[in-house]
Design a protein around this ligand. Structure first.
Ligand code: PMP
Length: 326
């Protein structure tokens, strides 16, 4: 008999899937690293498990402990699955711009969810950064995960996602394009691929309202770049330690409208029912067209599943309210 001993053993080894219609104007092969095949329906299962295992190994997380994190949902889902199997409690602090589905899903897997306002500065005591830190201090036997600065986040992708992409493409990958939030995915995969072949180009997809692109190009943390935006999962108003700017060749910014419209296109034209950052990522690939030539193998990573966005990017009333559909 062949079976996984628990749900955590099914994390990783996701397929690469060719994108056909949306990329037909490009000269190269575009393959999606399709992370919704993870048990929590996102790439974040990988880093959640690795962060927990590393914290157990060095005693930061003790038996019966409470895992506390500020999470936009997917990391929470990954942490919750691992916590169920391993016997921990979870408290997640989430910003109110995140979709209701993400909050409901976290509650469905037994986590306590605290909702905070989105449009306050990170240092404001009401922000989800501040609230999660405070709860970690006040809760007995708590471990504050801090996915932004926790090196196990990047390491998970260096040890699993990166090698999978290298092996699945037989070392033929030439470009890696991915949305950037905490930076764990781009930094771990990017470092691994560049160690195998320094000619691999690594591109980050950023949002309007986020600091990454300007910081990468100028070294300036420009507060004028920060404003609220609709796209979920990518872009930041801080510089997480997990973003390794040295291994990133460049960023491209995708508008909220394009990200939402391309999220729908992936579903309708490719049969790929995916989250909002996948729409941003594939639009990012199209924007980078001039960097690709015949024979290139471009890997774009799709982080999460469309079910979490049915009330937003897949709801045409919502799309019209935002001005994203005529
Ligand atoms: N897309 C989605 C849907 C996410 O949840 C995240 C994580 N915030 C990202 C993209 C960005 O990934 P990373 O944090 O590894 O940069």
């Amino acid at each position: 008999m062949e079976y996984a001993k628990n749900i955590l053993e099914t994390i990783g080894n996701t397929p690469l899937v060719k994108i056909n219609k949306l990329t037909k104007e490009l000269p190269c092969l575009v393959l999606a690293k399709y992370e919704t095949f993870n048990p929590g329906n996102s790439v974040k299962d990988r880093m959640a498990l690795k962060m927990i295992e590393d914290a157990e190994a060095d005693g930061r997380l003790k038996p019966g402990g409470t895992i506390i994190e500020g999470t936009s949902g997917n990391t929470g889902m990954g942490l919750a699955l691992a916590a169920i199997v391993k016997g921990y409690k979870c408290i997640f602090v989430i910003a109110d711009k995140q979709s209701k589905e993400k909050i409901d899903v976290l509650r469905a897997v037994g986590a306590e969810v605290v909702v905070c306002p989105t449009n306050v500065a990170p240092e404001d005591p009401r922000s989800y950064y501040s609230v999660s830190k405070r709860m970690a201090e006040e809760t007995p036997n708590a471990w504050y995960v801090n996915q932004y600065d926790n090196p196990s986040n990047t390491q998970a992708h260096y040890e699993s996602t990166g090698p999978e992409i290298w092996n699945q493409t037989d070392g033929k990958v030439t470009h890696f394009v991915v949305g950037v939030g905490t930076g764990g995915t781009i930094s771990g995969v990017g470092k691994y691929l560049k160690e195998q072949n320094p000619n691999v180009k690594v591109w980050g997809v950023d949002t309007y309202g986020s600091v990454f692109k300007k910081y990468h190009e100028t070294g300036i943390f420009d507060e004028n770049e920060i404003y609220s935006y609709v796209t979920e999962g990518i872009g930041e108003d801080i510089l997480p330690k997990n973003v390794n700017f040295d291994i990133i060749d460049g960023f491209t910014k995708v508008t909220d409208k394009d990200a939402a419209v391309y999220t729908q296109k992936l579903a309708k034209e490719e049969g790929m029912f995916l989250g909002n950052s996948a729409g941003a990522a594939i639009k990012g690939v199209l924007q980078l067209k001039e960097h690709f030539k015949e024979g290139d193998v471009v890997i774009v990573l799709f982080h999460d599943h469309g079910s979490r966005y049915v009330g937003k990017m897949f709801n045409n009333d919502w799309m019209k309210e935002q001005g994203f559909l005529e």
